[in-house]
Design a protein around this ligand. Structure first.
Ligand SMILES: Nc1ncnc2c1ncn2[C@@H]1O[C@H](COP(=O)(O)OP(=O)(O)O)[C@@H](O)[C@H]1O
Ligand SMILES: [Mg+2]
Length: 233
């Protein structure tokens, strides 16, 4: 089992888009893949483009309520930080519970699968009562993909996120720069990040994609090259 955690410099930067593109491309490459979004706030079961529904669609699975619950057991209605959205529903979730869930989620095709885990919000969003996403990544011991945008401020947010991950001894396998709707420029942002971040950090770019979610998955450039080949549990 290869766990890859998709985190971001904040909410709305492109984590779900990247997760679903990875599912689409890994399936096209005949790799065994599964994906989960354990904690979702702002969840509306009538929204056909909620994160769990998009993820199931990209896995080629019909999005029944049972399937949604199986990839996203902690769904909260309030569009707030998960700790607060959970509190409003009188619920609580711990880092350890999420870690257990992510270890071997139901639906995973086999022991040598790639399991993608989409985080909630940014690197230090309070995902549980006892910790933030960075604590969860550390406990899971997953490889980490950091997603950022090209909006004004993204360079600082990215360097701050990298610094937070490093200070928690979490390595970053790759950075994906996804072109924001209000962009200061994809090439300029990548150039700045190459200059100010570690030269060893692989940087992948995702230009602005148009069309339906499926159109976007089909037209995206390859993002899976950094996912290692492996044949062990
Ligand atoms: N490169 C891109 N091209 C087109 N749309 C994008 C791109 N990056 C992000 N988006 C769009 O921006 C919105 C927020 O992205 P999303 O993946 O949901 O972010 P997150 O999961 O980090 O909250 C979505 O509608 C998504 O499709
Ligand atoms: Mg998302």
């Amino acid at each position: 089992m290869y766990h890859l955690f998709i985190t971001g410099v904040g909410t709305g930067v492109g984590k779900t888009l990247v997760t679903t593109i990875l599912c689409h491309q890994l399936r096209a490459a005949r790799r065994a893949v599964w994906a989960v979004k354990p904690v979702v706030s702002g969840f509306d079961d009538r929204d056909p483009e909620s994160d769990p529904l998009l993820i199931l669609r990209s896995l080629g699975v019909d999005p029944s309520p049972e399937r949604v619950a199986s990839i996203s057991p902690w769904r909260f209605a309030a569009p707030l930080s998960p700790h607060e959205a959970a509190r409003r529903e009188g619920r609580r979730v711990t880092i350890d519970e999420i870690r257990w869930f992510c270890d071997r989620p139901a639906g995973t095709p086999g022991p040598s699968s790639i399991v993608l885990i989409e985080g909630a919000g940014g690197v230090m969003s309070p995902v549980a009562v006892d910790g933030t996403c960075v604590n969860l990544m550390y406990e899971i011991g997953a490889s980490v993909l950091l997603v950022t945008g090209t909006y004004l401020g993204a360079i600082s947010h990215t360097l701050t996120a990298i610094s937070a991950l490093e200070s928690h001894e979490i390595g970053i396998d790759a950075l994906v720069v996804s072109e924001s709707s209000e962009s200061v420029g994809l090439a300029a942002t990548v150039e700045a990040l190459r200059h100010y971040a570690s030269r060893r950090l692989p940087i992948l770019t995702l230009p602005r994609l148009a069309g339906s979610p499926e159109d976007r998955w089909r037209s995206a450039p390859p993002l899976i090259d950094f996912v290692p080949e492996f044949d062990h549990d």
